[in-house]
Design a protein around this ligand. Structure first.
Ligand code: SF4
Length: 94
């Protein structure tokens, strides 16, 4: 017997991360290294569609990236490195 499931809102990949408030808590961001073999796994695993293929390169869209690190974790070639979002003087907000 089929259940009557509720209608739920849907969103395009990345559309939820476009809200600026969602980006303010990013503390690290991915860097694509030269060893990238363009397997495109990162583009599949990124929950926000922040990694896209453009002209035989992987391009990071920082306005969508929330810094979760899933892309770096799933990269089999270790071609994605997470770097700190802020590299200035530490402790300035204490
Ligand atoms: S850190 Fe997260 S949101 Fe940013 S590109 Fe990687 S998987 Fe996508």
């Amino acid at each position: 017997m089929a259940k009557n499931l509720p209608v739920v809102p849907t969103a395009k990949a990345g559309s939820l991360a476009e809200v600026p408030a969602g980006i303010t808590w990013r503390i690290q961001q991915p860097v694509i290294l030269e060893t990238c073999n363009m397997c495109l796994d990162c583009t599949l695993f990124c929950p926000d569609g922040a990694l896209v293929q453009q002209n035989s390169k992987i391009v990071l869209k920082l306005n969508l990236c929330k810094g979760c690190g899933i892309c770096a974790n799933e990269c089999k070639e270790n071609a994605i490195q997470m770097i700190p979002e802020y590299s200035g003087v530490q402790g300035v907000f204490r």
